[in-house]
Design a protein around this ligand. Structure first.
Ligand SMILES: C[C@@](CO)(OP(=O)(O)O)[C@H](O)COP(=O)(O)OP(=O)(O)OC[C@H]1O[C@@H](n2ccc(N)nc2=O)[C@H](O)[C@@H]1O
Ligand SMILES: Nc1ncnc2c1ncn2[C@@H]1O[C@H](COP(=O)(O)OP(=O)(O)O)[C@@H](O)[C@H]1O
Length: 325
């Protein structure tokens, strides 16, 4: 079991800003779920989108979360970012530029949109595997947007928060609200699939709800590399995720994990987005045990995480914050 790694920009929170408005929370924490794609149809690459491809996808958030906390710092002290977790992937490398972290980018985008200074201390408690096809970076950006909306007392409508998110990445607008949604454009145009709607009922009837198992890896896949290989080899016959064939070509163990889960009785098992992680829907405790046993026996995954689908972000305002002296 790897020990937790903590990274910091080195300018910790000394105390909440003295001019902090008493009617707004001193700190806001947000638990933001990971994302998978129940379908992912990939079309042409569009030059006007910087080479991003046309997508038609059904997003589904799952209850594997990162927690982002935002605390107001004294005016003029700038931002700070502390990152902790046992599986930080390439975020743990000394060369990782904290200003390019998706949470920091979301802070700067929200500060510009709101006309505020980014004198904010961000902490990320990271559990979503990095570079896994689970939109962990987008989840952290979405959590930061939600936290600042509450911390700064903006209370903007979801559409405005999605507009800010869309400037940062394709699957960030979805992460702002989670649940189920259809994504089009390059993934940023979101049509929520509301609870109780015909589409949502059909997804549940088709087994796309309830207990899931995530097969995670120490390896990351580069999303651009997977899309580039997709351009060269196309989608696998019958694959609901058009990137699955390319992801498995780059990371064959994901294909072994999909096959093992399906043979063990999973209702659905597929590569999550650009991978390498694999998501299996296990409709009964017996099937869950069989998939766990199959993955452990085959060695097809490095780590197994249990979760539920669908899921949504949870916002926790803290009226006071205790600062370690
Ligand atoms: C593949 C998907 C499926 O939901 O998710 P992940 O598996 O990464 O989580 C997304 O399309 C990833 O979205 P995201 O990771 O936000 O992509 P961006 O940062 O916007 O773009 C990163 C790179 O991915 C490629 N890209 C992304 C989106 C898109 N519709 N077409 C693309 O070709 C481009 O090479 C782009 O430069
Ligand atoms: N807060 C963050 N969490 C995860 N990855 C991040 C974050 N900020 C920047 N990144 C970078 O974004 C890349 C993609 O990360 P992630 O969103 O986890 O993967 P994916 O796009 O496959 O779902 C990683 O290589 C990582 O270096």
């Amino acid at each position: 079991m790897s020990a937790a790694t903590t990274l910091s920009t080195g300018s910790p929170v000394t105390a909440p800003a003295p001019d902090h408005r008493p009617d707004t929370p001193a700190m806001v924490s947000v638990d933001c779920p990971a994302k998978t794609n129940l379908t992912l149809e990939v079309g042409a690459s569009r030059a006007e989108w910087g080479g991003r491809h046309e997508l038609d996808t059904i997003y589904c958030a799952i209850s594997l979360t990162d927690t982002v906390s935002a605390t107001v710092k004294p005016t003029g002290t700038g931002f700070s970012l502390d990152l902790a977790g046992k599986h930080l992937g390439d975020l743990a490398s000394s060369s990782a530029d904290m200003r390019r972290n998706h949470a920091a980018m979301a802070l700067f985008a929200m500060a510009e949109a709101a006309g505020r200074e980014p004198d904010i201390a961000l902490t990320i408690d990271k559990r979503i595997p990095v570079g896994a096809g689970l939109a962990g970076g987008s989840a952290d950006a979405a959590a930061t947007i939600l936290a600042l909306d509450k911390l700064w007392g903006l209370n903007w409508p979801i559409e405005r928060l999605r507009e800010v998110a869309a400037t940062l990445g394709a699957d960030m607008p979805f992460c702002v609200a989670g649940g189920y949604a259809r994504g089009t454009g390059y993934g940023e145009v979101i049509e929520p699939i509301d609870e109780g709607s015909e589409t949502e009922r059909a997804l549940r009837a088709d087994g796309y709800a309830g207990a899931v198992l995530v097969g995670a890896y120490r390896t990351q896949l580069s999303t651009p590399d997977v899309y580039r290989l997709f351009d060269a080899i196309g989608a696998g016959s019958g694959d609901r995720n058009h990137l699955q064939k390319a992801a498995i070509r780059l990371h064959p163990r994901s294909g072994q994990a999909v096959d093992a889960a399906l043979e063990a009785g999973a209702r659905h098992a597929f590569v999550s987005g650009s991978g390498p992680s694999v998501v299996a829907f296990t409709p009964t405790p017996a099937v869950r045990r069989q998939v766990l046993a199959a993955w452990e026996r085959s060695g097809a995954v490095d780590r197994i995480i249990a979760a539920e689908a669908p899921a949504r972000p949870h916002i926790h305002p803290h009226l006071s914050v205790t600062v370690a002296r």
